[in-house]
Design a protein around this ligand. Structure first.
Ligand code: S3P
Length: 173
């Protein structure tokens, strides 16, 4: 890998961060870390439960703490929760240790990928393309601002996406 020590995957829910992270592990030997899973492990409860009991603000605080814990890691693919880079402090901290790769998916693709899941409180009760499009549009500037690289995932298999990521990361100045 080029200059930075890790690859951080960002993007909206259903952009394929978890699947691509598994692909980068299998094909390129990265160690995986998923901010959501770390929070669940540390808290001993599901994300839906954190949202329901303590609210989104509490979850965002836990997310922020998780990013701070990543400062010394190396050789990792860091799969970031979809809202993590809405906080500029998280972006600044991620940037110190990672090349930030923004995975994109159209609202239609994102919906197809998340529609059967019930573990995303932000989308519970809003599993429709209009809601996803509106929230994506609201978040897009933050994703763009955070991204070193941007890779579209629609209609591509995981191997292709991983190859595109690795080529783009290697080509980084
Ligand atoms: C969220 C995305 C989720 C998870 C939480 C909030 C968001 O992660 O962090 O439910 O605000 O977009 P994924 O993007 O991995 O689904």
């Amino acid at each position: 890998m080029a200059k930075k020590r890790n690859i951080a995957l960002i993007g909206f829910m259903g952009a394929g961060k978890t699947t691509v992270s598994h692909g980068l592990k299998e094909k390129y030997g990265f160690t995986e870390i998923d901010t959501d899973q770390e929070i669940v492990k540390r808290e001993g409860r599901a994300i839906t439960e954190i949202f329901a009991t303590d609210g989104e603000t509490c979850f965002r605080k836990l997310e922020q703490e998780e990013v701070l814990r990543l400062q010394d890691v190396e050789g990792m693919v860091i799969s970031c929760g979809g809202g993590l880079v809405m906080n500029p402090e998280n972006v600044a901290n991620l940037r110190k240790c990672s090349t930030i790769v923004f995975l994109t998916a159209t609202p239609e693709t994102a919906l197809l990928r998340v529609k059967d899941s019930t573990d995303r409180p932000i989308l519970n009760g809003h599993m429709d393309v209009d809601y996803i499009r509106a929230l994506q549009e609201k978040r897009w500037p933050a994703y763009e601002a955070a991204a070193d690289l941007r890779i579209a995932t629609d209609g591509k298999d995981v191997d292709t996406i991983c190859r595109e990521i690795m080529e783009a990361v290697e080509a980084e100045p």
